[in-house]
Design a protein around this ligand. Structure first.
Ligand code: PEP
Length: 251
């Protein structure tokens, strides 16, 4: 059985007081539900307080980015081993906001993926097309390139210890969600692409959908056969919404 997962991406939001309030509700409302189905990926400065709050709960945590370098004179960067010091399970790699605002191309994303796995972090590898690419009919080609650059560098076996997130760029933070059928079509494509390399890994790979998932649309998305949960941005900052989305996974 594939692992199902809901991950919150807090992006660059929050402060110590708001985080505390958000986590208080999430921790108490999700207590007792299945282990390792939920996680939050938070800004670096809050990792220590989030670790203290979430250790001994059924919610994991992680970061939203990591350096491709292990150590050295890389001012402002954070290494995978540093994330390990704060008990991270996950790290988001290649989010479209990193790709578009910070120049992360497929090769850099692949290097970061390898760096994360070298420290036993689980990369959540984001792939997805822009609206312009979808309109040009090259969605699958774009996703294939994003995926294959990582597989060529890290090997298909590496996907056993990774999560993939399909996030159409046009759906992130826009309120426009892919329809369940649109998302399912791409999820199948991703699974089949992995399947050309290794059918068992393809079957076992957890593939999340991300892009304006809300409490009101999570159920129909998560009901699709190849959607194994979600990567949630805006709605993960509202405790009741995030909890509702997590609960959807159990239905
Ligand atoms: C995200 O940040 O990965 C995301 C999917 O954002 P949102 O849910 O706000 O569209």
């Amino acid at each position: 059985m594939r692992k199902k997962l809901v991950v919150g991406n807090w992006k660059m939001y929050g402060n110590l007081i708001e985080n505390e309030q958000l986590l208080n509700t999430i921790v108490s409302d999700l207590a007792g539900l299945k282990i390792e189905q939920y996680a939050v990926c938070v800004p670096y400065p809050y990792l220590s307080s989030v670790q203290n709050k979430l250790k001994n709960t059924n919610i994991s945590w992680g970061a939203q980015n990591v350096s491709q370098y292990h150590k050295g004179a890389y001012t402002g960067e954070v290494s995978a081993s540093m994330l390990n010091d704060f008990g991270c399970t996950f790290v988001i790699i290649g989010h479209s906001e990193r790709r578009s605002f910070f120049g992360e191309n497929n090769d850099i994303v692949a290097e970061k993926y390898v760096a994360a796995q070298s420290e036993k972090l689980i990369p959540i590898l984001c792939v997805g097309e822009t609206l312009e690419q979808r309109d040009r009919g090259i969605t699958k080609q774009i996703i294939q390139e994003q995926l294959m650059t990582v597989i060529n560098k890290a090997g298909v076996e590496s996907l056993r210890k990774a999560v993939i997130a399909y996030e159409p760029v046009w759906a992130i933070g826009t309120g426009k969600t892919a329809t369940p059928n649109q998302a399912q079509e791409v999820h199948v494509f991703i699974r089949n692409s992995i399947g050309t390399q290794d059918i068992n890994i393809a079957k076992e790979s957890t593939i999340l959908y991300g892009g304006s998932v809300k409490a009101s649309n999570a159920a129909e998305l998560f009901a699709m056969p190849d959607i194994d949960g979600g990567l949630i941005g805006g709605a993960s900052l509202v405790a009741d919404d995030f909890v509702a989305i997590c609960n959807t996974l159990n239905n």
